[in-house]
Ligand binder design. Structure first.
Ligand code: AMP
Length: 406
């Protein structure tokens, strides 16, 4: 703990656990989630230090200080942690001993057990099922034979996913029949340290739409959820998030209750996103991520408190903010590197002027230097009184990035 913060006790609650503005928050990870977190924290009067691979990463560019090194470099991590009053993270694949090294010097949230759960789909699904959270049927898979056995038990088609290191649909295959199990390269997927399987097979969920809920929880067990987001994916990557979700009030309440139960069951401190499939009559949890989430970016414009501010409040032990919407409708559209590539193919840049000429569109760019197809480079948000109108305006603004218009 830094000397400056060590002696401070919150006058309102008398709690030593409250990390007040002026303190230093450490963020492990330098991506866009860390960047938007740092911007929200700085607005609230905190200093944010970032630990990441290089000083030109998105979060490093807006941080008060940066310590660079690989996540396995414990002397660099400890030098960083000594400068922080509290530490958090923006992605879940951080080695447990790195988190342990951080927590020697400052409270670190979420803790290693929450990360261990989020790093492995097998541990995640068994943990959720034990907590009575609805998940799709699932079976362990090691090879072609066990994939076929899983399909026979769950019913074809099945979705097989690597248990570790998969995201945005990577390491994922839909198998329609036993024959298709021969098409997958089963070897090489990593197994968990405690003998967890390398793959998990899931029953195919016939969902009407996908949704997510973000929940925040403090050390003294206060919990708040955001309204339910509706998510449209393209090629397994989030494309648009709409608020409010087109989901019945009963299911919205259930979704927020599920998120609360997950956070309580895990003993979460910080922020967590629960991704859900919405079927005509029930909700099924797909996965959870113990950090800010792409679907929550819309809260910056749409809610009284953004997901990033809520994350700061939760790890600092402050009162959690009001999550209610401040507008009737809001939407967020991702900007992927494909747009930059398409512009480059025409020997030009994305047409920012035309995009920003669209009424009421907010531009968020993450400061990434290299654009690649599928890479999240930024997003657009808009709010209004009518969701269809808001969404249409955003699509127009995105299309204009590739227009010749002045
Ligand atoms: P994931 O990597 O688990 O987030 O999955 C990426 C996307 O694949 C999800 O957003 C869904 O669109 C689809 N998907 C994943 N699992 C299932 C499932 N069990 N049934 C139907 N679709 C799925």
């Amino acid at each position: 703990m830094s000397d400056r913060q060590a002696s401070k006790i919150d006058p309102a609650s008398g709690s030593e656990h409250v990390i007040l503005p002026g303190a230093t928050i450490g963020m492990v990870g330098g991506g866009q989630l860390g960047r938007m977190f740092a911007m929200a924290a700085a607005r609230m009067g905190y200093r944010v230090g970032v630990f990441c691979g290089s000083s030109d990463e998105p979060a490093a560019e807006v941080a008060a200080f940066t310590v660079c090194g690989p996540l396995t470099d414990h002397s660099a991590i400890e030098a960083f942690a000594k400068r922080c009053d509290v530490i958090t993270l923006e992605f879940e694949n951080i080695p447990a001993d790195t988190i342990a090294a951080c927590s020697k010097h400052a409270p670190t949230y979420p803790d290693a057990s929450v990360l261990a759960m989020a790093q492995d789909r097998w541990i995640e699904k068994t943990t959720l099922r034990e907590a009575g959270i609805p998940v799709a049927g699932f079976e362990p898979v090691y090879d072609r034979e066990s994939a076929i056995a899983a399909g026979e038990s769950l019913g074809w088609p099945i979705i097989v996913k690597t248990c570790r290191s998969g995201y945005d649909g990577k390491g994922q295959h839909r198998l329609n029949s036993p024959d298709e199990a021969a098409l997958v390269q089963w070897e090489g997927a990593e197994s968990g340290d405690d003998g967890q399987p390398p793959w998990v097979a899931e029953a195919l969920v016939l969902f009407e739409r996908e949704a997510s809920v973000i929940v925040a929880r403090t050390l003294d067990q206060r919990v708040e959820t955001f309204p339910v987001f509706e998510n449209d994916h393209q090629n397994h990557i989030l494309d648009e998030t709409k608020l409010p979700a087109n989901v019945s009030p009963e299911l919205q309440l259930q979704a927020r209750e599920i998120a609360t139960r997950v956070a309580e069951h895990l003993g979460l401190v910080g922020l967590l996103c629960v991704e859900l499939f919405v079927t005509p009559d029930e909700l099924i949890v797909n996965e959870v991520a113990p950090r800010p989430h792409n679907s929550g970016h819309v809260t910056i414009e749409a809610c009284a408190t953004s997901q990033f501010e809520q994350h700061v409040r939760a790890i600092c032990g402050l009162p959690l903010g009001d999550t209610s919407m401040v507008v009737p409708a809001a939407s967020m559209l991702n900007l992927l590197g494909d747009i930059w590539e398409a512009a480059e193919a025409r020997e030009t840049l994305p047409n920012w002027g035309a995009c920003l000429d669209t009424p009421g569109v907010a531009l968020h760019l993450y400061g990434k230097h290299a654009a690649r197809a599928g890479r999240k480079m930024g997003h657009l948000s808009a709010v209004g009184s009518d969701l269809a109108d808001v969404s249409e305006r955003l699509r127009l603004a995105r299309e204009r990035l590739l227009s010749d218009r002045g």
